[in-house]
Design a binder for this molecule. Structure first.
Ligand SMILES: NC(=O)c1ccc[n+]([C@@H]2O[C@H](COP(=O)([O-])OP(=O)(O)OC[C@H]3O[C@@H](n4cnc5c(N)ncnc54)[C@H](OP(=O)(O)O)[C@@H]3O)[C@@H](O)[C@H]2O)c1
Length: 330
């Protein structure tokens, strides 16, 4: 293959996993404030498949524009192979990971991280040094899910030690980082998930586990300070009895929480959109290297099998993250 091209997955039409096409495409070139990364592993996040279906599951007024064709993916772990003229913090050979250009600021045909590929460019400020103690597969699994958990707990809610936290969807990508980061700040953590995830979540340190298939959280829990709901949906109001007056609910996805009744109960909402931040990712890397945060891997697929990875994601009940292996030693 010539130096100017690479293998990547592209989407030429919106649709099911079969629209993910593995093909030869031009290799990108870094702008002055960017680096070029040889990707060793990339990971799946829900926005990748939302983009694949043309954001049909997002309320119409919040639907991002996405021009075809495009390469999906925001997260990657890899090695810097070229550096833009203005970049001072990275050098060739550095192992880095990051959530790149999320949410997309540049809709000019040059969207997102484009990480389902052998190479991608990234603004220097979106990257952090890969944690030394984990491989590229695990590092690629961290950025979006880890930063979402970090920003919800520490920017939106400003969690203080000793609080009681409930995480709904606790075994998923965002959920398993919420559990561990809340524990690292001294919270009492209740994890809600289906029963298959109990030992995984107890291993990550939940103080209490609730199997939502047999027990409704509202029948079992009261006086939670902060509830994080990574699931969303139409019946979020069922959580109102769980949260104490003065407490917070953080919807990570769209949901209907009966906000009028919540206001009467003194419950407020804290939420936001995750954004790229290399500095916060470096703090996550430090927690990972210190052993305070572990990375759960649901499954690993070859880049060429991205469609199979999306089929796995569509089947649900994810435990941790789904990763694409780009370089064999990953
Ligand atoms: N606001 C933001 O900036 C932001 C950032 C990242 C992600 N998100 C959104 O957050 C959501 C979660 O993302 P993710 O990556 O963590 O997804 P994920 O990895 O698919 O995890 C979802 C988890 O929810 C569990 N679950 C499903 N139905 C449930 C229910 N009724 N009650 C409790 N748990 C249930 C699933 O397993 P079990 O059913 O087996 O327990 C799974 O472990 C997505 O909608 C995503 O778009 C938002």
């Amino acid at each position: 293959m010539s130096k100017a091209t690479m293998r990547a997955v592209r989407i030429h039409e919106f649709g099911g996993p079969e629209v993910l096409v593995y093909e030869e495409v031009p290799r990108p070139e870094p702008k002055p404030d960017e680096v070029l990364i040889r990707i060793h592993a990339a990971c799946l996040n829900p926005p990748d498949w939302y983009a694949r279906i043309g954001f049909a599951n997002i309320p119409a007024d919040k639907r991002p524009d996405r021009r075809l064709p495009f390469t999906p993916g925001s997260d990657a772990s890899g090695v810097v192979v070229a550096v833009g003229s203005e970049v001072t913090e990275w050098a060739e050979g550095d192992a880095v990971f990051g959530m790149i250009r999320f949410p997309d600021p540049d809709l000019d045909g040059d969207t997102g991280g484009r990480t389902y590929a052998e190479y991608t460019t990234a603004p220097a400020a979106h990257l952090a040094r890969k944690p030394a103690g984990i491989d590229h597969i695990r590092a690629a699994a961290v950025p979006m899910a880890g930063l979402t958990a970090y920003q919800f707990l520490f920017d939106h809610v400003r969690l203080e030690p000793g609080r009681t936290v409930l995480v709904n969807g606790a075994a998923g990508g965002v959920g398993h980082f919420l559990v561990q980061l809340a524990k690292s700040r001294g919270a009492h953590v209740i994890g809600v998930a289906s029963g298959r995830h109990e030992s995984f979540l107890r291993g990550l340190g939940v103080d209490r586990f609730i199997d939502y298939t047999t027990t409704a959280p509202a029948d079992a829990v009261r006086d939670v300070d902060h509830l994080f709901d990574t699931v969303g949906g139409p019946d979020g109001g069922r959580f109102l009895p769980v949260v104490k007056r003065g407490g917070t609910i953080s919807p990570v996805f769209f949901g209907d929480y009966d906000r009028e009744r919540a206001a009467e109960s003194g419950i407020t909402f804290k939420s936001g959109q995750v954004h790229s931040d290399g500095g916060q990712l470096a703090e996550l890397a430090h927690l990972i290297d210190a052993g305070a945060v572990r990375v759960g891997i649901d499954g690993v697929f070859a880049l060429a099998d991205a469609h199979k990875a999306h089929e796995r994601a569509a089947a649900g009940h994810i435990q941790g993250k789904i990763v694409l292996r780009v370089v064999e030693e990953g």
